[in-house]
Design a protein around this ligand. Sequence first.
Ligand code: ATP
Length: 217
Amino acid sequence: MSKQFAVIGMGRFGSSVARTLYEMDYEVMGIDEDEEKINENIQYVTHAVAADSTDEMALKEIGIRNFDVVVVAIGADIQASILTTLILKEMGVKKIVAKAQNERHGQVLYKVGADRVVFPERDMGIRVAHNLISANVLDFIELAEDYSVAEVVVSPGMVGKTLRQLDVRARYGVNVIAIKSGEQFNISPRPDEVIQQHDVLVVIGHNRDLKQFEEHA
Ligand code: ATP
């Protein structure tokens, strides 16, 4: 059986997570204390339930333990977000993913048992900033503190050259892990692959090296 998800908090972030999972044919339960949020989202999730997630009995009744992943998408009410995460952990939920407003909130969420903490506003800010530095950067995802993956549109100077000729590993210290060419996605490009106009390179590397590559390549 495929994974079952529960999302607590049907704000902008939570409803987006829930709807996306539902559209990918996963079973998703949406939970919010606000009836209106439940009504707004009822057709985009498998089940929608009005409940206060800081109420342990309410979570027991829902059978929250049976879900493979529970996403805590409560933001503004930091106390409710922390308390909910703690209760889920104590109830033995297998995997808890929680949204944090800021670093401090994130640290506390890890302490009370979150398996993964996400910072949507911070991460989106980072992605937008990279796109502002260079319009050629389509996307930027942090993998670890100093390492990321960037999607970069090829510059006119690269067109017609092979990966070997570009030699980005020696020149910038980054690695091309894939080339998107229109609808085609080449995930193991060979050194003699010729770069076409409008191609997008997926590059991995140290943030410092990616910056050089974004600005100068
Ligand atoms: P977003 O940016 O995703 O819109 P946010 O960070 O502003 O959200 P909130 O609006 O505070 O976060 O919370 C998201 C949702 O969580 C709201 O719809 C709110 O009703 C719900 N929520 C808050 N506390 C609880 C709770 N204790 N139990 C259930 N739902 C809750």
